[in-house]
Design a protein around this ligand. Structure first.
Ligand code: SF4
Ligand code: SF4
Length: 462
């Protein structure tokens, strides 16, 4: 019996040939209930991604990661200059939550929510199908020598890919600079914003090459989540699986009378975006996209057999047991996530961290008054994100320098407070016209120093 080309070599990846070179996959299209559901989810996520930065809540973008000002805005609430401990707690709670979801539902993120899957399946593959045809036609085009037809189809495809990538990259940058700024930057010349222009072009290039060409290779060799997800799963985790008990022995390897339900049509392999044969068991390359479920259900329906030969299941269920929704592993992940979230809220509410920025006042950097005192004038910006209140007075650690703040003490709550402060001193306390001093932020409510800050003072050179 001649070997079917979809009968994969177990010794190597489906995406490499016997010499280790990449085999470019052309997964066949599939129709079915899972495809319909995924379409709804994919387009919902794409729309959310595209419109989210344009929505304003409380006068702020719905999501903004301002790296320059170290501010993170989500749904109208802004976190200012996050303390390392808060950042760690947020990261840890997120990681344990992902581990918890993975332990229950396997790679549901990969198949349903990952931008890699969403954009490739919903947009890039559809563009490819529209321009180059179905899987078989795409394969033939790839194998054919360069011709006018091939050049025009490939050029058109990559031109459309480029336009889409530009749009995705601009939206991505919008999450960091805000939509209004993005709009103005986009209208202006690249020379006015060279860094932003370079960042957008690099993002466009990465998206173009990844979604247009690299595709499943990212999931197979580069994605860190794909590498570690097997550690988070156990025999009760939900996976896309082939029911070998029902399917085997598959058609063609035994007497017809003793055959299982699998007719060995390879449709599950033909539609797989990572090129694997799910009948060989759960594999690291499976991104749980459900394409093979639809492909097999279609065959079973035509054969008037029950669907679900490939389905969402677990190892326990497939071996005849009852799947436990919660296992010790998932409970540990959930509790750990809960502990970190609670710690985050606790630290956040009781945080004493004050973010202080001193900006030199406009005009001359110093003034000399009639009593020969030198004055430096600053605008002070104080920010606090926790639940505490402060009544702040600035105090110099240096007895030679007097600090005057017109409003004293300053009441600081969650939001930002801006005020003016004056430093007065005799010119003889400067060295070569400057001096660096430290100031204390004294809180009258807790009667303690809650922060210190360095200030660079200037004056006449004597
Ligand atoms: S085996 Fe099935 S679920 Fe897994 S990646 Fe392939 S088609 Fe998707
Ligand atoms: S699609 Fe179903 S019947 Fe066809 S080879 Fe795969 S498991 Fe067997």
């Amino acid at each position: 019996m001649s070997k079917n080309r979809y009968d994969l070599d177990p010794e190597r990846l489906a995406t490499t040939d016997e010499h280790g070179n990449r085999v470019y996959l052309h997964p066949e299209d599939v129709k079915g209930r899972w495809k319909d559901r995924r379409k709804v989810v994919y387009w919902g996520l794409i729309l959310l991604y595209l419109v989210l930065p344009w929505f304003y809540i409380n006068g702020k973008p719905a999501l903004l990661i301002d790296l320059v000002r170290r501010e993170f805005t989500v749904l109208g609430f802004t976190l200012h200059g996050m303390e390392p401990i808060l950042f760690f707690l947020m990261l840890a709670s997120g990681l344990f939550f992902i581990a918890f979801v993975t332990s229950l539902f396997g790679r549901v993120w990969c198949g349903w929510g990952c931008p890699q899957t969403v954009f490739i399946q919903a947009i890039f593959l559809q563009v490819e199908r529209l321009i180059e045809g179905k899987a078989r036609q795409r394969e033939q085009l790839e194998a054919s020598p360069w011709s006018i037809e091939k050049i025009s189809k490939r050029s058109l495809k990559w031109a459309v890919y480029l336009l889409i990538s530009l749009h995705i990259a601009h939206t991505f940058i919008g999450y960091f600079v805000g939509p209004r700024e993005l709009f103005l930057i986009t209208l202006g010349s690249p020379g006015l914003h060279p860094t932003m222009f370079a960042a957008t072009m690099v993002a466009t290039l990465i998206i173009l090459l990844d979604f247009g060409w690299f595709r499943e290779q990212f999931c197979l060799i580069a994605c860190p989540y794909g590498r570690i997800q097997s550690v988070m799963m156990d025999e009760n985790s939900l996976v896309v699986a082939y029911d070998a008990k029902r399917g085997e022995p598959r058609r063609g390897i035994t007497e017809r009378a003793a055959e299982g339900d699998c007719v060995n049509c390879y449709n599950c392999v033909k539609v797989c975006p990572t090129g694997i044969d799910i009948r060989r068991g759960t594999q690291l390359e499976c991104i749980a996209c459900t394409q093979c479920i639809d492909a097999c259900d279609d065959i079973m329906t035509k054969l008037k057999k029950p669907t679900g030969l490939i389905r969402y299941s677990s190892e326990t269920e497939l071996s005849g047991g009852i799947r436990r929704l919660l296992t010790p592993r998932s409970v540990v992940y959930f509790v750990a996530s809960l502990v970190f979230v609670s710690s985050f809220v606790l630290f956040f509410r009781n945080s004493t961290h004050l973010d202080i920025v001193l900006l030199r006042g406009q005009g001359s950097p110093f003034q000399v008054s009639s009593d020969s005192l030198v004055t430096n004038h600053f605008v002070v910006r104080l920010k606090h994100q926790g639940g505490r209140e402060f009544a702040i007075e600035l105090q110099s650690q240096d007895p030679d320098i007097r600090v005057t703040q017109p409003i004293s003490p300053w009441k600081v709550q969650k939001s930002e407070v801006k005020n003016i402060v004056f430093f007065r001193f005799e010119a003889k306390h400067l060295m070569n016209g400057s001096r660096v001093i430290r100031i204390n932020l004294f809180d009258h409510l807790s009667q303690s120093v809650v922060a210190t800050k360095e200030v660079h003072l200037v004056g006449p050179v004597e």
